[in-house]
Ligand binder design. Structure first.
Ligand code: FNR
Length: 182
């Protein structure tokens, strides 16, 4: 069987390192995995008043999460947490009460930052939210990537210095999804 993964990138920036990382990661995935990048940039700011009549992008988000067997979060760190756009998407997907679209979908978290300890604290905050949302999130290996020269090769893949590490992460992630997908 095939596994469809909803890919959530926590940056809206055109030249985002995290978007680049997501692209490079997909190339390392097993052939029975397919990824659908979930758009979060056009979601309105979450407002509980709208639970009864969600906007079109919100319905689309919930549908795409619902169709997925797994989740992949690739996110930068903003001010030692996740970007607001990612929190906003998590909130949208979790509501209305009792209709949490994220629940039970196995997830992996990875990210790249220009800062030295980059994304470790963002990932920790994300783990807290996903635990509450009943998402089984892979604990190990952790991956905190640094946006330094050579992280990506000329072809947009993971550079030689990090490739084996990132491939190992992806292999474990794929195992995690296979083990926990319903
Ligand atoms: C940052 N950045 C950052 N980096 C980090 O390692 N820890 C942090 O807490 C923050 N905080 C932060 C806040 C805000 C508002 C911005 C715009 C940036 C720097 C961040 O790592 C850098 O901008 C990355 O390039 C963002 O990821 P993308 O957009 O390239 O994927």
């Amino acid at each position: 069987s095939r596994y469809r993964i909803a890919l959530v990138v926590g940056s809206l920036r055109r030249d985002s390192f995290n978007r680049k990382l997501a692209q490079a990661l997909l190339r390392l995935a097993p052939p029975d995995f397919e990824f659908q990048r979930v758009e979060i940039g056009d979601l309105p700011l979450y407002n509980q008043d709208d639970d009864g009549h969600p906007a079109e992008p919100v319905k689309r988000l919930k549908r795409e999460i619902g169709e997925a067997q797994g989740l992949l979060f690739v996110t930068p760190e903003y001010n030692r947490s996740v970007p607001g756009v990612l929190k906003n998407a998590l909130d949208h997907g979790s509501r209305p009460y009792g209709q949490n679209a994220w629940a039970g979908k196995p997830a992996g978290i990875i990210g790249v930052s220009v800062g030295a300890i980059g994304t470790a604290l963002a990932q920790q905050h994300l783990r807290n939210m996903l635990a509450y949302l009943d998402v089984p999130t892979m604990g190990q290996p952790e991956a905190f990537l640094h946006a330094k020269e050579g992280l990506f090769d000329a072809d947009g893949g993971i550079g030689e210095g990090s490739r084996a590490f990132v491939q190992g992460w992806m292999d474990r992630y794929a195992d995690w999804v296979r083990k926990h997908a319903g």
